[in-house]
Write a protein that binds this ligand. Structure first.
Ligand SMILES: [Fe+2]
Ligand SMILES: [Fe+2]
Length: 451
């Protein structure tokens, strides 16, 4: 579902319509949760991980039954919007009557999932339009005292160049010292990126409040790359992953950041499938991931590994990807600029943070009541010694995340990559399918050979 992150709860008893919906949603990842009784609907609403954003209730229950259910839900979920599903057009309500009964909209003669999604799109219009971004008041080319915490970095080489710049762009001179180089609305020079790269300025900074719009732009860019089979799609996806990882680390786990995380995972899964169907190797993507933000690289590798291991539905692969994207959240939550994760290079307080980050990350996620237990467990276990021995309590998702993390550290982003050692020695701690899957992935070309 393109426009909102969460689920639509459906309470329906029209058997013909139910059959249709169930067949459709069985085939793919769906934002719909279907129930046939008010009791089941209430149970679904009580699970925070379902993240229900709207309820669609069938008129076939009759208002005498619907009204008390709405009152119960109001206590549980407050001002959640309601839609009435009307199968018989002669029973459509007037706008006045609809509002009086507490409905935001009615859905006339729903036929399939598409008819529901169309209405949801209307109710939840695309967020983050360009409105509201205009030149901010700071002067250009002057040293400014601004707070680091109000800005987000974007790699200079990756900065998305459009006809005119949609953002207010700054260079960070020193902690809390910036200089503004572009106003929103300014045109880019043709050599914009090179000019700053040549000056060894590796990051450009945009105000945090504008970063969502930047991520939004980078998401559209990734989506259009996939649609058009553009040769630089891998780069576009890695770039989106970088933005999402930065935002999760620096801003935190907000609804917007999860929305973009979900889209990033969706695009990377689509791209991996596209590559597989066309018989291409994953070399282009692995190459891009060599310089990507650590969580973004681990998320893509984990998705690749999961599909190689037979995870088929987009939803299941996204669960793995989300766990991978969040696996080090215990570190970034406290220290967005954590230097490196190699325990041998850490000193002082970083060692202590490193030692507790897996458990702490799991605790952060648990408290939010938004994530599947399997995601939380995977985060908790991502540095545990895995073993194929019976009785060891690690789950498969945890092992996938852990092995992907190791691959990114020891091969993909290592200064001295050693694929053979990784495959022959380090993967021996994991269940054997993981090694088989990695061998299959790397058969065409290993990541570093591809660089
Ligand atoms: Fe970690
Ligand atoms: Fe990690």
């Amino acid at each position: 579902m393109a426009t909102f992150f969460g689920h639509c709860l459906i309470v329906e008893r029209d058997m013909f319509f139910l059959d249709r919906l169930k067949t459709e949603i069985a085939a793919k990842d769906s934002p719909l949760i279907i129930t046939q009784t008010f009791k089941d609907a209430l149970n679904a609403l009580k699970k925070p991980q379902n993240c229900i954003k709207v309820v669609l209730v069938s008129q076939s229950f009759g208002m005498a039954e619907i009204a008390p259910f709405m009152a119960q839900v109001k206590q549980l979920a407050g001002g959640i919007p309601w839609i009435l599903s009307v199968h018989q057009p002669r029973f459509l309500l007037s706008a006045e009557e609809l509002a009086k009964q507490g409905f935001a909209a009615q859905l006339e003669k729903p036929e399939d999932v598409a008819s529901i999604l169309k209405l949801l799109k209307k109710i939840f219009p695309e967020r983050h339009s360009w409105q509201g971004i205009e030149a901010s008041e700071e002067e250009k080319n002057e040293t400014l005292d601004l707070k680091d915490q109000d800005f987000m970095p974007i790699a200079t080489d990756d900065f998305l160049l459009t006809d005119k710049c949609f953002f207010n762009v700054f260079v960070r001179l020193a902690p809390n010292k910036f200089i503004k180089i572009l106003n929103a609305g300014d045109a880019f020079d043709s050599d914009f990126a090179e000019k700053y790269s040549d000056k060894k300025i590796s990051s450009l900074w945009v105000p945090k409040l504008e970063h969502h719009q930047y991520t939004h732009l980078s998401e559209k860019n990734a989506a259009s790359g996939i649609q058009r089979h553009s040769p630089d799609t891998a780069r576009r996806i890695a770039h989106l992953g970088d933005n999402v990882a930065q935002a999760l680390g620096r801003v935190g786990i907000s609804e917007d950041n999860l929305l973009y995380a979900d889209r990033f995972l969706g695009h990377s899964i689509d791209f991996l499938r596209q590559q597989r169907m066309q018989g291409n190797s994953y070399a282009a993507l692995l190459k891009e991931l060599c310089d990507a933000e650590h969580p973004a690289a681990v998320a893509v590798i984990a998705g690749l590994l999961a599909s190689q291991l037979g995870f088929e539905s987009t939803k299941a692969i996204k669960v793995v990807g989300l766990a991978a994207l969040l696996h080090d959240i215990g570190i970034y939550h406290e220290r967005p600029d954590f230097p490196a994760e190699d325990p041998l290079t850490l000193t002082g307080a970083d060692v202590e943070l490193y030692q507790r980050h897996a458990q702490e990350g799991a605790e952060i996620l648990r408290k939010m009541e938004l994530f599947d237990e399997v995601v939380i467990q995977a985060v908790a276990q991502h540095h545990e010694k895995h073993s194929k021995q019976a009785g060891h309590g690690t789950n498969l998702v945890g092992e996938i995340v852990s092995a992907s993390d190791l691959f990114v550290h020891k091969v993909l982003q290592s200064k001295k990559p050693n694929v053979e050692h990784f495959l022959n020695k380090q993967l021996k701690d994991y269940r054997p399918q993981i090694e088989v899957a990695f061998r299959a992935i790397l058969k065409k070309k290993t990541a570093r050979q591809a660089v």
